[in-house]
Design a binder for this molecule. Structure first.
Ligand SMILES: O=P(O)(O)OC[C@@]1(O)O[C@H](CO)[C@@H](O)[C@@H]1O
Length: 306
C-alpha cells in the first residue's frame, strides 16, 4: 500500500498546439485535463499498475471538485482534506516538436486549521508500506510541516519517500528511506555539479551522508541512477517515441515504490521505475504510463551495477 501526500495539487490543463509562437493566437488541436501534482501522479501510476494506493492532500473549489472526479475515474482512492481556497490550475502548452511552456499556479493559502486537519488525516488510515511526501507546500503552511510528518511516521514505523525541492535538505536530515531528486534538485541539495553518471553517483553518495537511505535520481533521457548503502545502479530506458515527458519523474518514483512495496529488491525497483518513466513519456499531456506499455518496455530497460 502506498499513501501519497500532495500539499499543493493541481488540475493540469494541457493545450496541444502545432507550433509554439509568441504574440499570436494559438489554436489548440487537443486539450487534456488531468489531476496533477507530484504525489497525485505517484498514486495514479500505482493504481495503473494495480497496486493499492490512497492520495491525500488539500483540495478545494470547483477545480478541486473536477480534480477529485478525474481521480475517481482513474480508480485512485482519495483521503483529501477540504479547504476553502481553490485548487490551482496548471497550464502546459505543448507543440508537435515536444517543446513546451509550463505555468504552475501559486495555489491557495492553507489556514492553520486546514494544515492541522491535513496533518492528522495522514495518520488516520492503516499504516502503508510507503508514505510519499511530494511537491511544494501551500502558502501559510509551516516550513517544518514535512519534518513534523516524518517524525510521526518514524514513531509509527512507516517508511517515507520524498520528492521535494525547497525543503529537501531538512527532509533528508530528518532521515527518509528514499528521495527522488532530478539533476537540479540533487545539485541544490549537495552543492555538487551533476554533469554525467559519475558525478550523479558522487552527489547521491553525498545525499546518503546527509541522511537519505537511498537516492533515486532522474536524469531525463539518460534514465536514472539509484544509490543505496548497498550499491549503485544505472537504469537506461529503451528509445521511445516521446510525446510528453510531464510526470515521467513521478512515474519513475511510482514504479520503483510499487516494486519495493511488493517485496522486490532495489534493482527490480529501478527497472520498473525506469519502464514507467519511459512509458509515461510516450503518452500525450499529463496522461501517465499504461500497464501494457510498461510491461512491453520492462525487459528492454538496461540496469547496470556501477
Ligand atoms: O508546481 P509544482 O508542484 O512544482 O509541480 C506541479 C506539476 O507541474 O508537477 C506535476 C508533474 O510532475 C504536474 O502534474 C503538476 O502540474
Amino acid at each position: 500500500m502506498i499513501h501519497t501526500v500532495t500539499a499543493n495539487p493541481a488540475l493540469d490543463l494541457t493545450y496541444r498546439v502545432t507550433e509554439l509562437k509568441l504574440d499570436d493566437k494559438l489554436r489548440a488541436t487537443a486539450v487534456f485535463r488531468a489531476p496533477g501534482g507530484n504525489g497525485v501522479n505517484v498514486s495514479r501510476v500505482a493504481a495503473r499498475l494495480g497496486h493499492p494506493t490512497v492520495a491525500m492532500g488539500l483540495v478545494g473549489g470547483r477545480a478541486g471538485d473536477e480534480f477529485k472526479e478525474l481521480l475517481k475515474e482513474e480508480h485512485v482512492r482519495t483521503w483529501f482534506t477540504q479547504q476553502s481556497g481553490t485548487t490551482r490550475t496548471n497550464a502546459i502548452i505543448q507543440d508537435d516538436h515536444a517543446q513546451q511552456l509550463r505555468v504552475s499556479g501559486p495555489g491557495p493559502e492553507a489556514s492553520p486549521e486546514e494544515t492541522a486537519m491535513l496533518r492528522s488525516s495522514i495518520f488516520e488510515l492503516r499504516a502503508p508500506d510507503f508514505l510519499v511526501l511530494s511537491g511544494s507546500l501551500q502558502r501559510g503552511m509551516p516550513e517544518d510541516f514535512y519534518t513534523d510528518v516524518i517524525a510521526e511516521a518514524k514513531r509509527q514505523g512507516v517508511k517515507v519517500a520524498a520528492d521535494i525541492d525547497k525543503e529537501l535538505a531538512q527532509v533528508v536530515a530528518a532521515g527518509v528511506e528514499l528521495i527522488k531528486p532530478n539533476q537540479y534538485e540533487l545539485e541544490r541539495l549537495t552543492g555538487l555539479r551533476v554533469t554525467d553518471i559519475g558525478s550523479a553517483v558522487a552527489a547521491a553518495e553525498r545525499a546518503l551522508a546527509q541522511g537519505a537511505k537511498a537516492v533515486l535520481a532522474s536524469l531525463g533521457a539518460q534514465g536514472a541512477v539509484l544509490v543505496t548503502e548497498g550499491g549503485a545502479w544505472q537504469g537506461v530506458p529503451p528509445k521511445v517515441k516521446a510525446d510528453s515527458a510531464v510526470g515521467a519523474g513521478d512515474s519513475l518514483l511510482g514504479g520503483a515504490l510499487v516494486a519495493l512495496a511488493e517485496g522486490e529488491g532495489w534493482e527490480a525497483a529501478l527497472r520498473l521505475g525506469v519502464a514507467c518513466g519511459a512509458a509515461t513519456a510516450t503518452t500525450p499531456g499529463t496522461d501517465l504510463c499504461h500497464k501494457p506499455t510498461v510491461e512491453a518496455l520492462l525487459p528492454q530497460v538496461v540496469v547496470t551495477a556501477l
